[in-house]
Design a protein around this ligand. Structure first.
Ligand SMILES: Cc1cc2nc3c(=O)[nH]c(=O)nc-3n(C[C@H](O)[C@H](O)[C@H](O)COP(=O)(O)OP(=O)(O)OC[C@H]3O[C@@H](n4cnc5c(N)ncnc54)[C@H](O)[C@@H]3O)c2cc1C
Length: 506
């Protein structure tokens, strides 16, 4: 027999997605335990672009200042460059590319913050807020008995213990042992290439000054590659074609060629082979287990969307788990996780796969005829086809951002004052945005709904309602119901809409 620890949610995996899940669940007051098999956070920088939407989620839980502080070193590194070597590279004319939302679209800004810098920030924040994070703990087995899910876990001392939870979030990465155990198949375009990530240290400050870059395309025929900044000064990543048998000394020579600095003092930290590809789990949930992040969808890094989409999965799931665990919604609300996130995970992975890896051709048509959507629409302007909202027949396009309060889209950002947005009005439950009076009374008669006054005809018109209408918004900023004008019995209309939203099947 071994110890059994009971909790509401067990998170497997302490990468960016698992740590974010711990923070989102903590914000909703859900008891959770996170187990991570490594003793530390990831030593690899990998993801660096933290997009606008993810920053909005961090803003909601009060983590935005910490993330921005960690990203400060790369604030001037938004640009792109290309050339035969680093010293010959010229800046390309455009900036963010994958994430160029204007301040009119969001109260937040995207940033560059390497994964090995960001994970410790999220870990520290989650610990400070009282999250139960157990590094050095490996999940060995997972059993879902229909009323709970039990994981056997090997602890750092080699003991085996059990954690029993009402639900399990598998954020255990691309090879997800939990997904494998559940036998969930994956579909998609499969492997799309091979690459070696050479993570190295070198003082390139003199060569970089004046041409600060996020990505620098190296066009040297001996080392066609991409140079990525990690901290803007000392740590760098070279993504190059694999060369069988090449050792660290060989990669150090390749770095000197790519940078154009023959006597550069280089220390190779690691040279890891990996295969970009598209693999999307056919189901994002089975029973009490939910897949998030790379466990659910692996995609090439060309849209910088892998970790971001995963963090957004966790945010979508956290409020649903919180409501079901609190008895405020039936379990069927959780079905909407599959409907909403599988659709978006597939779409994003497919778009990332269709992108060119050539910086000089970014934004050009895909090689295989896949229509490329507007990257900002893919990030902020999409509309779930079905899920936990009341559809009204409206559609949001993907060739431009057109957010007008359509149910299933993200609430449009409307500035309410200096650094204050309509997104900031959204709370932990359902939020009803409307003028005072009728809707205020209707909300106070409806459990789980809070009224927030927005008395602005321009705002009302921008979201497709009249001065007497209302917009019901979910805790993840998604519009749940749009009522163009107050009906005779507002309280009854509101409670009917809430029932549809919480059923998960609008
Ligand atoms: C070169 C490169 C550049 C990229 N750039 C970007 C970018 O700019 N933006 C972006 O959004 N994404 C980017 N990505 C993708 C991003 O790195 C991944 O999508 C992201 O790391 C996935 O996070 P995750 O938490 O889902 O999985 P992981 O980071 O893989 O974490 C999973 C965790 O689960 C743990 N685990 C596994 N099994 C067990 C077990 N049995 N018990 C306990 N713990 C377990 C693992 O140890 C690991 O820590 C990039 C990827 C690459 C390779």
């Amino acid at each position: 027999m071994y110890d059994v620890h009971e909790t509401d949610v067990l998170i497997v995996g302490g990468g960016l997605v698992g740590l974010s899940a711990a923070l989102f669940l903590e914000w909703h007051g859900v008891p959770a335990v996170l187990v991570e098999r490594r003793d530390t956070t990831s030593p690899q920088p990998k993801a660096r672009r933290i997009n606008l939407r993810t920053m909005e989620l961090f803003r909601q839980i009060g983590a935005e200042p910490d993330v921005m502080a960690a990203a400060a070193a790369l604030a001037d590194f938004e640009g792109m460059a290309a050339g035969r070597t680093l010293v010959e590279a010229e800046r390309l004319s455009w900036g963010h590319g994958e994430d160029d939302g204007s301040p009119a679209l969001s109260p937040s800004d995207s940033c560059l913050c390497a994964q090995d810098t960001l994970e410790p920030v999220l870990r520290a924040l989650a610990s400070e807020r009282g999250a139960d994070l157990r590094f050095g703990h490996r999940v060995l087995e997972v059993v879902d008995d229909g009323s709970s899910v039990t994981a056997t876990v090997r602890t750092p001392g080699g003991r085996v213990a059990a954690i029993r939870a009402r639900y399990l979030v598998a954020a255990d990465g691309p090879h997800s042992p939990v997904r494998e155990r559940l036998g969930i198949a994956r579909s998609g375009r499969g492997t799309l290439g091979r690459s070696t990530n050479v993570y190295f240290e070198a003082d390139l400050s003199a060569q970089v000054r004046g041409r600060e870059f996020n990505l620098c395309q190296i066009e040297h025929p001996e080392v066609p590659s991409m140079l990525l900044t990690v901290d803007g000064a000392w740590r760098w990543l070279l993504m190059a074609d694999p060369v069988p048998g090449r050792d660290h000394a060989g990669w150090a020579r390749a770095v000197r060629t790519a940078t154009g600095v023959p006597d550069l003092d280089v220390r190779i930290r690691s040279a890891l082979d990996w295969e970009p590809g598209m693999f999307v789990a056919d189901r994002f949930s089975v029973g009490r287990v939910f897949l998030a992040g790379d466990a659910a969808h692996v995609m090439p890094p060309y849209l910088a969307a892998g970790a971001n989409t995963g963090i957004q999965d966790a945010h979508n799931l956290a409020w649903k788990l919180a409501h079901v665990l609190a008895g405020a919604a039936p379990e069927s609300l959780l079905d909407s996780y599959q409907d909403e996130r599988h659709w978006l995970g597939w779409l994003t992975a497919d778009q990332a796969s269709a992108q060119t890896a050539n910086l000089r051709q970014l934004g050009a048509e895909s090689g295989d005829g896949t229509p490329l959507h507007d990257p900002v629409a893919l990030l902020l302007g999409y509309q779930y086809p079905s899920g936990a909202f009341v559809p009204d027949g409206s559609r949001a396009p993907l060739d431009r951002v057109e957010l007008t309060g359509q149910p299933g889209t993200r609430l449009p950002h409307h500035r309410l004052g200096p650094d204050r947005s309509t997104l900031d009005l959204v709370g932990r439950g359902l939020t009803l945005l409307a003028a005072r009076g009728t809707w205020e009374r209707a909300a106070s008669a409806t459990p789980g709904v809070e009224h927030r006054a927005v008395d602005d005809p321009a705002w009302a018109a921008s979201v497709g309602i009249t001065g007497t209408g209302a917009l019901l918004v979910r805790p993840d900023h998604v519009v749940a119901w749009r009522c163009p004008a107050a009906p005779g019995n507002a309280a009854s209309a509101l409670s009917e809409a809430v029932a549809v939203v919480m059923s998960g099947h609008g």
